[in-house]
Write a protein that binds this ligand. Structure first.
Ligand code: CP
Length: 312
């Protein structure tokens, strides 16, 4: 594997899921593979799970992870080609990516969208600039439009916990006080489209995701109807895509409750706002998979790093 920036970089999805489940059973089996190799983790935004699980995955493979909070600790990076750098940015991505490539064998990047400039966000200018100017493989730790480590994790979790061969999986929008990105929902949809599941998306009108990502997946605007007979309910807020980055609705009628969930398993990428997105009674119940889901972040990242290391 030469890079991991999108779910589509995994060529055989079901085989990858099974391999990740095997890695989980014996996480140190390939602990010599990454010896003397360095993983650089660059964070333009906050993180708990991605930051720790990706380092843990690297350590399990014998790699040395090094971490930088780019926004706080590095020089301001310029991404525009040909710009006159007399403002706040002090070095260009051309130099920054080339220099980091000399210290690291793989570079992982987290860079969220602006949610104000749709064209810029959709161009994935930060992630793609790293891909263009770095000379080593790039891993996406959540970019403007995709969170493929999370999507792969979610597919592993559903495979582990499904009780029927083709479970019904519902991606449900939920309210939130802040404008949030589309990346988790996008990558979850792409992951489910690669699995043998009965997948539907439910959200209020005006919260349609990018139609290129939704494809043929059914959209049901009535949440109660969508949740009927669900085996897995994956809940996530996202801001409006058409009215880009706007929060159009914050009232609690789309919050996931124990009553709405029924016997389905509850999933969320975390962090989650209790009693805004989902009520306590769900998160504190046996039907919540969120902690086990977060654990799988390590093995999803480990599968990705292992496959890149094997191709270096
Ligand atoms: N789910 C997820 O990516 O969590 P963090 O933002 O804490 O890394």
């Amino acid at each position: 594997m030469k890079k991991y920036t999108n779910i589509s970089d995994i060529k055989n999805f079901s085989e990858a899921i099974q391999e990740a489940i095997q890695l989980k059973k014996n996480p140190l089996e390939f602990s010599a593979l990454g010896k003397h190799k360095t993983l650089g983790l660059l964070f333009f935004n906050s993180s708990l799970r991605t930051r720790l699980s990706t380092q843990k995955a690297a350590l399990n493979l014998g790699m040395n992870p090094i971490v930088m909070n780019v926004s706080g600790d590095a020089w301001g990076i310029e991404f525009e080609d040909g710009s006159i750098m007399n403002g706040n940015t002090a070095e260009h991505i051309k130099e920054a990516a080339a220099v980091i490539s000399q210290y690291c064998d793989i570079i992982a990047v987290r860079a969220f969208p602006t949610l104000t400039d749709k064209v810029k966000d959709e161009s994935e200018h930060i992630l793609k600039s790293f891909t263009k100017y770095a000379t080593v493989p790039i891993v996406n730790m959540e970019s403007a439009t995709a969170h493929p480590l999370q999507g792969f994790t979610d597919a592993i979790t559903i495979t582990e916990h499904k009780k029927v061969s083709k479970p019904k999986v519902v991606l449900s929008w939920a309210p939130h006080v802040k404008a949030l990105p589309h990346a988790v929902a996008n990558s979850f949809a792409q992951a489910m489209q690669n699995m043998d599941v009965d997948f539907v998306i439910t959200h209020p009108k005006d919260y349609d995701l990018n139609p290129e990502i939704v494809g043929n997946t059914p959209i049901i605007y009535n949440q109660e109807e969508a949740l009927k007979n669900a085996d897995f309910v994956y809940t996530k807020n996202w801001s409006s895509y058409n009215n880009y980055g706007k929060v159009l609705k914050t009232d609690s009628d789309w919050m996931i409750t124990k009553e709405k969930l029924g016997n389905a398993k509850f999933m969320h990428c975390l962090p989650v706002r209790r009693n805004v997105v989902v009520e306590d009674a769900v998160l504190d119940s046996e039907n919540s998979l969120v902690i086990r889901q977060a654990n799988n972040r390590t093995y999803a990242a480990q599968w990705v790093l292992k496959n890149i290391l094997e191709d270096l």
